[in-house]
Design a protein around this ligand. Structure first.
Ligand SMILES: C[S@@+](CC[C@H](N)C(=O)[O-])C[C@H]1O[C@@H](n2cnc3c(N)ncnc32)[C@H](O)[C@@H]1O
Length: 204
């Protein structure tokens, strides 16, 4: 059986490298494995606090990248070359503010959004699925055609439906468990590439 080790090697490495959390290693692994970084890219980080992913992006995406995060709470550890909008991704005004700061549609959207856990499994799983749907809706508004998305997900009852929704909007979707994910965790990431805008419906 897996044991929870609050101070495992990723926790210690994060402290040594001045990163806010172990989550940083999950993102750097995915960015490298899927070669998702491009010069002068625009990146949107949904659920960015306390700032681990922003720190990785600021280090890896190059000095000309535009990096914007959104979170319900302030993100005091955000690197100076990033911008953060404080608010709910579900609020259209918040999404518009992020799009303005990006200066155009994003090449890459990352969603690490997670709800405050209630301890009631069915409720928590439903909220996680809602956040994934919200991330996909945000992509429809803000992601460039051909762009990519990394989204945190959990293996749960509705996972198949979420996966189908992503597969309907992206040319390829991989389900990935990162090396830095805690043993025993049901957390995984969807790495979705080749975003395509919705095909218009025809009545005839
Ligand atoms: C696991 S933490 C993200 C950690 C972050 N990726 C990092 O590397 O530091 C999840 C975050 O999602 C945020 N969140 C949850 N629902 C949200 C929503 N509707 N809009 C904006 N942020 C949200 C929470 O406030 C929380 O800070």
């Amino acid at each position: 059986m897996a044991h929870y080790q609050p101070q495992d090697k990723y926790f210690k490495r994060a402290r040594e490298q001045g990163l806010p959390s172990r989550a940083a290693f999950k993102l750097s692994e995915l960015l490298q494995r899927y070669r998702l970084l491009r010069p002068r890219m625009r990146v949107l980080d949904l659920g960015c606090a306390p700032g681990g992913f922003l720190a990785v992006l600021a280090r890896m995406a190059g000095s000309e990248a535009t990096i914007v995060g959104i979170d319900l709470v302030a993100c005091p550890l955000a690197p100076s070359k990033t911008a953060v909008v404080i608010g709910d991704v579900a609020d259209p005004a918040v999404r518009h503010a992020a799009l303005d700061l990006l200066g155009g549609r994003a090449d890459l959207i990352i969603s690490d959004m997670a709800p405050k856990l209630s301890g009631i499994r069915a409720r928590d799983e439903a909220r996680c699925e809602e956040l994934l749907a919200l991330a996909l809706q945000t992509a429809a508004e803000i992601l460039k055609p051909g762009g990519a998305m990394i989204a945190k997900a959990f293996m749960s009852g509705d996972f198949a439906r979420t996966l189908a929704a992503f597969r309907a909007r992206f040319g390829s979707v991989d389900i990935v468990r990162t090396a830095a994910t805690r043993p025993g965790s049901r957390e995984l990431y969807l790495v979705a590439r080749q975003f395509h805008p919705a095909v218009a419906q025809c009545d005839n």
